[in-house]
Design a protein around this ligand. Structure first.
Ligand code: ZN
Length: 343
């Protein structure tokens, strides 16, 4: 499915050893960064990353997407890109099926609002864009006072949706939702949305880069001197009408000394938050063949059998299939995700 994209990107210089990899080491990842007209510098000031400019919008932290793959920074696969490891050593991922690594974890810094946009589902995206659709979700890391997201719309029918978009009646069309640090929003494909000004989120999503832009606040891109492209017809085609809020059943459970919050468990992915304020917390492999971790705050230790790894805010890693249980110690806030059945 991705052959046409693959040709446009060079593979890494690192040699990939053949054979079956059974190492129980975590795969620590070096993110890729994306400059955006709405981006800022908080990925450096808050997370300590080396960013390419003061307009850096996105840290692609756990990414095998060819538009910005992350690179493994330790162990036998040091220097290998995550997409290359997926292609060459599927046993690391429990021999999971699928042409592409299905998940993408990003941290976004919205110095100003992102465009109002919508993503297609798998069926539409595979047909028209030759890649996966995009269901995403946001964990709000920080938010300025009075921050908000655009989330859903007020149109009752597709005809009304088209009319309000074509007449640029954004106030009538768009639904605004206030947000604060710690909030979680699930954004199924077909949901019109925009991350608001002054918000940082950790986004867990299907590995896709297909965005249909409905409205971009008439902004001009400094680099090109042009407005960014809009995709009005595709947006009208793929938007869910009427908008319905997904029903989330957030669960909180004590795991050792930590608190584990379950935000969503869907066919695409499951997303959890682990908060540990001293002491220890155990994790075990569920049905999912591998697990993704992002440290959003604090520092501590990851322990696998008799090996200890120091981890701190801004570190991202995957625990491969052969790691069946692990332990965290210290003061840590982590977002944890797993692929779902359909991933
Ligand atoms: Zn989006």
């Amino acid at each position: 499915m991705n052959i046409w994209v693959k040709k446009r990107y060079n593979v890494s210089e690192a040699k990939i050893e053949r054979g079956t990899a059974m190492s129980k080491e975590p795969l620590f990842l070096e993110p890729a960064f994306q400059e955006k007209i709405w981006g800022g510098n908080k990925l450096a000031s808050e997370f300590g990353y080396k960013i390419p400019s003061e307009h850096t919008g996105e840290c692609w932290a756990i990414s095998a997407h060819l538009h910005g793959p992350a690179t493994i920074s330790n162990g036998e696969f040091k220097g290998v890109k995550l997409n290359e490891l997926w292609d060459s050593h599927r046993e690391v991922f429990g021999n999971a099926k699928g042409d592409v690594f299905p998940l993408l974890t990003k941290i976004l810094d919205a110095r100003t609002a992102l465009s109002v946009q919508v993503h297609p589902d798998d069926k539409y995206a595979l047909k028209h864009e030759h890649e996966l659709g995009k269901t995403e979700c946001w964990y709000v890391i920080s938010a300025d006072e009075d921050s908000e997201m655009i989330y859903g719309h007020h149109a009752k029918s597709r005809a009304e949706l088209a009319e309000l978009i074509e007449n640029e009646q954004w106030n009538k069309l768009l639904r605004h939702v206030p947000v604060k640090a710690g909030d979680f929003l699930y954004v199924p494909s077909g949901t019109i949305h925009a991350i608001g000004k002054g918000v940082m989120v950790l986004e867990t999503q299907q590995s896709s880069d297909t965005t249909y832009r409905v409205y971009d606040f008439d902004r001009v891109d400094e680099k090109t001197g042009q407005k960014r492209e809009l995709h009005i017809q595709q947006s009208i085609d793929v938007t869910n009408v009427p908008h319905e809020d997904p029903k989330l059943e957030t669960k909180v459970a004590k795991v050792g000394d930590g608190m584990l919050t379950t935000f969503v468990q869907t066919d695409f992915f499951s997303v959890y938050k682990l908060e540990l304020e001293g002491g220890q917390s155990m994790g075990i492999r569920t049905k999912a063949p591998y697990t993704l971790f992002s440290v959003l705050d604090g520092h501590g230790k990851l322990i696998i059998e008799d090996q200890e790894y120091s981890i701190k805010k801004g570190v991202h890693f995957i625990l491969p299939f052969v790691v069946k249980q692990w332990q965290f110690r210290g003061n840590l806030t982590l977002i944890i995700s797993e692929p779902g059945e359909k991933a």
